[in-house]
Design a protein around this ligand. Structure first.
Ligand code: SF4
Length: 281
């Protein structure tokens, strides 16, 4: 019998929509993962390297983001991270799921994301004052449920508040819901008159930034959407399996009968199959 829903996050909701049984493994039963897909780790590494930069600036530069003189600032951190990633792949705690991929491809993705971040995003943040790095959402409730999440970077410039979120995967429909949750959480937590929430798609080129502001009507719509999700979650007698191509990336696949059967029938796609998996953080 599912438990009463008291805490949610954008990630938890996406997991539930992908497969309720996956949600059950991860957030209800809290089963140990069999492995972590390499795509998740790629996202974590990029986020971690960027967070380290801003934490250092916050500690040493009075929190004012300077013009960075060294465009390769991240290279030593990336080299260290790739060595750790290789070890974890060898140890089989991290898995390269696609049959035609090797570590070098993911190393290239991380390098490209950090190059894009350095060339395109950092100059826009010059002279912003850092308010927070990897900050929580505070006591933010929607439909009576505590919403959790992590704000990658919060800055202030010209009396306005800017909240920044790095994306290392492709654009997904649910990004809009996350943007609304994070925007209204930031409004409540920091109480600044003008707040902007921006998503940065670091794996893309060209126009990689999507900025949002929302009004009270959209807050009411979000509250109603979350209420509906909570009702759907609470009404289920059991968290049923919803097999799909994403089973190959599910850390509980080897422990899941339905997922194992599906993966037997449909092998993991290669990159050339161009299936949009919506992976990444
Ligand atoms: S393996 Fe597939 S069906 Fe099983 S829990 Fe994971 S996503 Fe759901």
């Amino acid at each position: 019998m599912p438990r009463k829903i008291t805490r949610l996050s954008a990630t938890k909701i996406s997991t539930f929509e992908q497969c309720p049984k996956y949600f059950d493994f991860q957030y209800v039963k809290r089963v140990d993962r069999t492995f972590t897909p390499v795509e998740w780790e790629v996202g974590s590494i990029v986020h971690d390297i960027i967070a380290r930069l801003f934490k250092q600036i916050k500690g040493r530069q009075r929190g004012i983001i300077p013009r960075l003189g060294n465009p390769d600032w991240y290279q030593p951190l990336l080299v260290e991270a790739v060595a750790g990633l290789k070890q974890q792949i060898d140890d089989k705690t991290i898995r390269v799921v696609r049959p035609d991929e090797e570590l070098s491809s993911y190393e290239g993705q991380m390098n490209s994301a950090l190059t894009t971040f350095t060339a395109t995003v950092l100059p826009l943040l010059e002279n912003h004052k850092i308010i927070g790095v990897e900050a929580d959402l505070g006591r933010f409730h929607l439909a009576g449920v505590q919403m959790d999440g992590r704000l990658d970077l919060i800055t202030q410039s010209g009396g306005n508040l800017y909240v920044h979120d790095w994306k290392t995967g492709g654009r997904r429909d649910e990004d809009e819901r996350q943007a609304k949750i994070y925007y209204f959480a930031s409004k409540d937590k920091y109480r600044q008159p003008a707040t902007t929430f921006s998503l940065y798609y670091l794996a893309e080129s060209g126009d990689i930034i999507l900025s949002h502001t929302y009004d009270q009507e959209q807050r009411a719509e979000l509250e109603s959407e979350i209420s509906g999700i909570v009702d759907r979650m609470s009404a289920l007698d059991e968290y049923h399996a919803q097999p799909s191509v994403l089973c190959h990336w599910c850390p509980y696949g080897p422990q899941c009968e339905e997922g194992t059967a599906h993966m037997g029938d449909y092998p993991a796609p290669s990159r050339k199959d161009q299936i949009d998996l919506g992976l990444g953080t």
